[in-house]
Ligand binder design. Structure first.
Ligand SMILES: Nc1nc2c(ncn2[C@@H]2O[C@H](COP(=O)(O)OP(=O)(O)OP(=O)(O)O)[C@@H](O)[C@H]2O)c(=O)[nH]1
Ligand SMILES: [Mg+2]
Length: 232
């Protein structure tokens, strides 16, 4: 068996890479813009505005006092994981007043990163809730800020009340390799979740087909869709 590409062939154009959309979400100041900037191979698109005096009433900068700007629309970046896979990254704004943008940004997303800061863990709840409700697979990545107390992953998982299958990892949003590992985890988790959902769907279809051949006609009347089996 021969492996490798022929150098003389040149007839077949290289296959287009698969492109996937990943959201980088989380509370205010957790490092979303930092993460997108750290991994992006293109100059990231940013929509930063200066935090104003007037905003100090609503913007909780506790723990990130050095922060002087905030994302007001989105971050955008791109990373090639390998020849066949390119991720487009969309960073969400972190402040509550920009929630209305999340639905737009989430359209067509394969999965998401929920960045968390252990000093303000409660800020992650809204993002976790958002993705759980929409069944968008996500990985929680604890951004280990300098000076913040370190907690074991299991303690954070319990505090966030995460389902067992949700990956949780520690990261440094400033480090390219660390941020890349988080993104790979999202893709793997999302692929796994989608394969599982497809298998469940196929199982339900098979069950309804075999049921309809033996059940009386009245049993095939339209009704509510069967409840998906719990995924644990
Ligand atoms: N020490 C340390 N600082 C970080 C880290 N990640 C981000 N920062 C800093 O923390 C601040 C917040 O980072 P951003 O990336 O703007 O956070 P964000 O989540 O995009 O913030 P919003 O868009 O305003 O919600 C910036 O001053 C970063 O330099 C980290 O891993 N360690
Ligand atoms: Mg930002």
């Amino acid at each position: 068996m021969v492996f490798g590409r022929s150098k003389r062939g040149g007839h077949k154009p290289a296959p287009e890479p698969v492109t996937l959309k990943i959201l980088v979400a989380g509370g205010f100041g957790v490092g979303k813009t930092t993460l997108v900037g750290a991994v992006s191979e293109i100059r990231p698109l940013r929509t930063e505005e200066t935090l104003s005096e007037a905003g100090t009433v609503v913007d909780d900068t506790q723990g990130v006092e050095a922060k002087s700007t905030t994302t007001v629309a989105m971050d955008f970046g791109r990373i090639t994981i390998h020849d066949g896979l390119v991720l487009y990254l969309f960073g969400t704004p972190g402040q509550d007043r920009f929630w209305f943008l999340w639905d737009e940004l989430a359209q067509g997303a394969l999965g998401a990163v929920v960045l968390a800061d252990t000093r303000r863990l409660e800020d992650s709840f809204a993002a976790i809730d958002y993705f759980e409700r929409r069944r968008i697979p996500f990985t929680v990545a604890v951004n280990c800020f300098d000076g913040a107390e370190r907690h074991p992953a299991e303690t954070v998982r319990e505090a966030l009340d995460l389902d067992g299958e949700v990956p949780l990892m520690l990261c440094d949003a400033r480090e390219r390799e660390s941020a890349r590992d988080v993104l790979i985890s999202v893709v793997e988790h999302a692929m796994h979740a989608s394969a599982q959902a497809a298998a469940e769907r196929a199982g339900r279809e098979a069950a309804s087909t075999s049921g309809s051949t033996s059940a009386p006609a009245s049993a095939s009347a339209p009704g509510p869709a069967p409840t998906p089996a719990p995924t644990s």
